[in-house]
Each structure stands twice: as C-alpha cells, then as structure tokens.
Design a protein around this ligand. Structure first.
Ligand code: NAD
Length: 481
C-alpha cells in the first residue's frame, strides 16, 4: 500500500500523520478497489487540532485581521480551487462514483460558497437603534470562536465548504471533519488553504471516524460552535454532546422530500425535475424528491414519461462523459439501499422499473415504486438512494396532508401553472425550502435548513452570520439631557 496516495490531517498549517500512525483505506466504489489511504484520527489527534484552532483564535491574526484582508485570502483560496478544479472533481468522482460533470458542478458551487461568504462578511453592515432615552444602540458581529464542522459523504467538498466558508469568513477558526468515506477532496482543500497563505490553525482538517474523531470535537468545551450535516440520528447524538458545554448547534439532517405534480403542470418540466430530484447523485441527496405525488388526471401520462426518462439515464463509469448515473458511494450504503428495495414486494409494493444491479456492482438502478402502503418502510424512512415511491392523489387538501405526514421537513417541490395554488400550497407545506416548478436552485442569501427531524437552525446569508458570530449590542449615551 506504500505507493497509494496518502491524505493526512491538516493541523496548524501542516499535513501530518496520526500521532499513533493509524491509517484507513479509501475505496473507489465504482472499481471497488482501494485507491488511497487517509490518516485515522484518535482523540489525541482531535485534541491537537482543537488546541491549534483555539490558539489561532485566541492569539493569532485571523479574528483580528481586517475584513477586507480576510476576504482577499478567502478569494485566493477560491482562485486556487478554480485552478485545481479538475483535481478536486476527480477526487470526488473517484471517491464516491459521482459522474465527473456533476463533480465539476459541485466544485464550482464550492468555489462560489467561499466567494459569497468572503464578500458577505466584507460588505455586511451592523444596525443602529435610535432610542428616545438619549442613547443609541448599535450591533456588532464578532466571531464566535472555534467551530467544529462535520460533514457527510454525498457532496464531500460542497458540504464541507458550505460550513467552512461562513465560519472562516466571520473570523472563526475551524476543525473540519469530512466523512470517513470521502476524506480526499477536503484534505486537498486544506492543502490549498496552506498554499493560499492562511495563518496556521485557521483551517484544520482531521480525517477519521465519527467516533472518536467527530465525537472528540463535539464533546470538547474548547469548541464554541458545532455545525453538522448528516443523519438525523447522528444529529441527536451531536446535539446532546454539544449541550454538555452549551455550544450552539446547526444541524442539517435527513429528508423525505415530497414532490407534487398537479394536473395542470407543464409536463416536460415536471418530468425533467422529477428525474433530477431523485436520480441525480444516485439519489444520495438529502433534498431528494423521494415521495412523488401525482394528481389523477395527469397520472398515466406522467408516469409513462417518468419511467421512460428514468430508463434512459445512461448508467456507467463516472468518468465516461455520457454517464448520468453510477454506483452508490460505498458497499455499506449499497447494502442499506438494497435492503429497502428487497423488502418492497413483501410490503406490497410494485417495482415499475429499476431494482438492484445484477452484475455485482454496488449499484441500484433508477427505481420507481407504486402501491406501497403508507406505513411501509420504503415510504416512511429516508433511503438516501435512487428509489422513488409514487402515489396518486385527487385533491389539493389530500396532497398537502400526505406531504406533511412525515417526521421530516427539509424540502418539497410542486409543479402547477396555477399561480394562486402555487402560493397557497407552498405556504401550507411543512418544509424549510419549497421549490415551485424547479428544484435545487439556491441563492446563498436565503435561509436553508429543515423542520422536525430534518434539522435545527438555518444557514445562508445573515442566517449564517447569526450562527457563526456573537452578536453584541453596544448602548451609548449620546445626550446627557
Ligand atoms: P452520518 O451522520 O453517518 O455521518 C455524517 C458525519 O458525522 C460523518 O463525518 C461522520 O463521521 C460523523 N459522525 C458520525 N457519528 C458521529 C458522532 N457520534 N459524533 C460526531 N460525528 C459523527 O451521515 P452520512 O451517512 O455521512 O450522510 C448521509 C445523511 O446526511 C443523510 O441522512 C442525509 O439526508 C444527510 N444530509 C443532509 C443534508 C442537509 O442539508 N439537510 C445534506 C446532505 C446530507
């Protein structure tokens, strides 16, 4: 294994091995081969990353640097990411079988996360509150401190950048922990931050498992904020850990998105987005449109077109430019998704198309299911794979009830050409984001997050500022009367 690429921890401006020398294998899920190794953090490695971040925050230049200079350095990092975009995308494609064009798209969105938050903090203004008492109060947004940023494997670089960018932009120092399944692109990001000239300890990255690498971060009282994206169950564990030292948490968790197609929908558009919403990234998207509700009048025509479009997706090697759909991100995840699909016939469901790959790949084909009872596990639980469960509905009230009847509330989509209905239904849906006649479009100024088991808090624009700063009120006497 000595000649495999190695991805260390980035601690205090250097790439290092674990103190005990431990490493783990990194697997390419398309070839099913080990293609790299990464350092495996113990609690001692997490400890030295926290110490580095703490020192950089308490004594280093980063939180004290002017906002313009800090923005310049973050833009420098974004420039380097653009220069190395192919390499970053290659790592994500290799590491989780994401089609290369989609990985390039993710790199571009990651770059824009850094640029947006650099500019947002640079140009942000406080508020002044004139008071009748002869005083005025103004607000300041100082950095919160040391941030632990724990991210999942489905958008390895993009999810990490979505946390790291606002945290560092607002003057915090960070310890990021990417998923153990996908350590590679985020480690390269850490190398680029060193190259960009970030002061030591501002962006630390530790690789390793949830326990002990992630848990050592969330349980440590030297950590001031925890931002986490991942499974709802893990989110609950993390919230408890952070509560022991009262660190605020931002949790972006699972989803079971409702996608509602009304009779009057523009059918080409609705089919296009229904496919994107559940089959892009092999369905490994928290925002997936995994519960599809189609109104009776358009049902037959829509379903015919939806099944045809799913079957037309070119399945293959993520580096083949024709490929639109590839393997799942790991063998473990494949086994989980396969388990749901295997149970469908026993639970009364009909598989219209798709199913588990017969060639031994860690792949589940674009799968569309009907006839499932509403208490079936594939209908209720997050599968996080390319599996769409379809139901027919008659009325608006009925579909609003069906869509909201879930513990999750991350997002919903609806397709209609009736303007009043679009607004009316959007406001009734229990979801952090509702997309009307589209999907996955984001403006970074807007709130992003979920309701119920889908999360706690919102990030984006000023919502990120609230979380990654300690807003302060300064009250001044201006008139002694
Ligand atoms: P996961 O919860 O298993 O792991 C996420 C991260 O948490 C990993 O880095 C993991 O090592 C770490 N972790 C695990 N246990 C931990 C612990 N006890 N303490 C600290 N850290 C710990 O999730 P996953 O399987 O990597 O990701 C898939 C999940 O992420 C899905 O549920 C998906 O819906 C969700 N997700 C949500 C969003 C969103 O924005 N809401 C976006 C992407 C993914």
């Amino acid at each position: 294994m000595a000649d495999l690429p190695f991805f260390g921890h980035i601690i205090n401006g250097e790439e290092v091995e674990s103190l005990n020398g431990a490493r783990f294998d990194v697997v390419n899920p398309w070839t099913q081969e080990v293609f790299a190794q990464a350092a495996e953090a113990s609690a001692e490695d997490a400890d030295r990353a926290i110490a580095a971040a703490r020192k950089a925050f308490d004594e280093g230049p980063w939180p004290r640097m002017g906002r313009v200079e800090r923005a310049k350095l973050i833009h420098k990092l974004a420039d380097l990411m653009e220069e190395r975009a192919d390499e970053l995308a290659t790592l994500d494609s290799t590491n989780m079988a994401k089609p290369f064009a989609q990985a390039k798209h993710d790199v571009a969105r990651s770059v824009s996360n850094f640029r947006f938050f650099a500019d947002h903090q640079r140009d942000s203004v406080g508020e002044v509150y004139p008071m009748d008492s002869g005083h005025h109060t103004y607000s300041e947004f100082g950095p919160a401190g040391v941030v632990a940023a724990i991210s999942p494997w489905n958008f390895p670089l993009m999810m990490a950048s979505w946390k790291i960018a606002p945290a560092i932009a607002w003057g915090n120092t960070v310890i990021a922990k990417p998923s153990e399944d996908t350590p590679t692109s985020v480690t390269l990001l850490g190398r680029l931050a060193i190259e960009a000239g970030f002061p030591p300890g501002v962006l630390n990255i530790i690789n390793g498992y949830g326990v002990p690498a992630g848990s050592s971060l969330t349980e440590d009282p030297r950590v001031d904020r925890v931002t986490f994206t991942g499974d709802s169950g893990t989110g609950k564990i993390i919230m408890k850990a952070a509560a022991t030292h009262l660190a605020p948490v931002s949790l972006e968790l699972g989803g079971k998105g409702a996608n509602i197609v009304f009779d009057d929908a523009e059918i080409d558009n609705a089919v296009y987005w229904a496919v994107e919403a559940i089959f892009r990234n092999s369905g490994q998207i928290c925002l997936a449109g995994s519960r599809l509700f189609v109104q009776a009048g358009i049902y037959d025509e829509f379903m015919k077109r939806f099944v045809e479009a799913a079957e037309a997706l070119k399945i293959g090697d993520p580096f083949d430019p024709e490929t639109k759909f590839s393997a799942l991100a790991s063998q473990k995840h494949f086994n989980k998704v396969k388990g749901f699909v295997d149970d469908v016939p026993g639970e009364g469901g009909t598989i219209l198309t798709g199913g588990v790959d017969e060639e031994g790949r860690w792949l589940v084909k674009p799968t569309i299911i009907t006839d499932l009872p509403l208490d079936a596990s594939a209908y209720c639980r997050e599968i996080f794979g390319p599996v769409c469960v379809v139901n027919k509905f008659e009325t608006e009230d009925e579909v609003v009830h069906l869509a909201n009847d879930t513990r999750y509330g991350l997002n919903a989509m609806l397709f209609t050409e009736n303007l009043s209905r679009a607004h009316r239904v959007s406001s009734k849906l229990k979801a952090g984001t509702v997309w009307v006649n589209c999907f996955f479009i984001r403006d970074l100024r807007t709130p992003f997050g979920g309701v119920g088991d889908s999360g706690v808090g919102r990030e984006g624009g000023n919502f990120s500022r609230e979380f990654f700063t300690e807003p302060k009120a300064v009250v001044m006497q201006i008139d002694r009367g």
